[in-house]
Design a protein around this ligand. Structure first.
Ligand code: HPA
Length: 267
């Protein structure tokens, strides 16, 4: 096994090809907490590989974050890699571990990446808990970046305009918003939430941005979807907890699954 993050991803991709018997995949989806129950609707399962069987992957630390890659065949015959769970920066395993799934998907032949997450809503005036929101752009406040060195990647259009338009054709009611990421694992303070609203953020969470950057480095086309699971801290008067995040996911699984299935079939 290699220590270089990109070589390790190639080794994981080769193991994924061997385990699935497929030599390429059309799309990869990363299912954030809240989205895992939606995975069943995307297609027929043709294989499952636990993260621990692949070089460089760890079992996720958080309950509700799954821990395997499911290989699906969609109704239109496409093959999708579905990551049930992801590694977060707050786990302390480093930024390469956070983006290893994305680099593995790219090395396995994927050209399109769907990143989903659960997020706090910063605009309760217009957002409802349980709504999916298309990510139009991000603000990376994690203090981290998956790229080291002099690779100057353009981030003018991280989240593909083409894919967003395609999703809005499927569901014209979807709104778009700017996703802000903190490292976590603490939720934000009410003062931070007020700051993020002023900065132009619409959703806040602890994932996605580093994966999206790694995906753009690998030239993948990226679609981002947040599920608003709660109003940001201080906006509702209620304390936040992880259980409500998972509960919103369970309650919206059918709607999110149908949406993702249609998206994957139209890509
Ligand atoms: N903040 C950060 N991450 C989150 C939140 C939140 O309010 N809800 C779900 N993930």
């Amino acid at each position: 096994m290699s220590n270089d993050a990109y070589t390790l991803a190639s080794e994981a991709a080769a193991a994924l090809h061997r385990a699935s018997g497929l030599d390429t995949f059309d799309v990869a989806l990363v299912m954030g907490s809240g989205w895992v129950p939606a995975a069943d609707a995307i297609g027929e399962t043709v294989g499952e590989v636990p993260f621990t069987d692949l070089p460089g992957f760890r079992a996720p630390a958080v309950a509700g974050h799954g821990g395997k890659i499911r290989v699906l065949r969609t109704s239109s015959g496409r093959h999708a890699l579905v990551f049930l769970g992801r590694t977060h920066l707050y786990e302390g395993l480093g930024v390469d571990a956070v983006v290893h799934g994305v680099r593995t998907a790219a090395a396995a032949g994927v050209r399109t990446l769907v990143l989903t997450n659960a997020a706090g809503g910063l605009r309760p005036e217009t957002q409802n808990v349980g709504d999916p929101v298309l990510i139009s752009d991000h603000i990376n406040l994690t203090g981290a970046n998956p790229i080291t060195g002099t690779t100057f990647i353009d981030l003018t259009e991280v989240y593909s305009r083409r894919l967003r338009a395609l999703v809005r054709e499927i569901d014209p009611t979807l709104s778009e918003g700017v996703y802000v990421a903190f490292r976590g694992p603490t939720y934000e303070t009410p003062a931070e939430i007020r700051m993020l609203r002023t900065l132009g953020g619409d959703m806040v969470g602890m994932s996605t941005v580093l994966e999206a950057i790694a995906a753009r480095e690998a030239n993948l086309e990226v679609l981002g979807l947040s599920l608003v699971t709660n109003p940001g801290a201080g906006l509702s008067g209620e304390p936040l907890n992880h259980e409500e995040v998972l509960e919103v996911g369970r309650a919206t699984a059918a709607r999110m699954g149908v949406l993702l299935a249609k998206v994957v079939d139209r890509l």
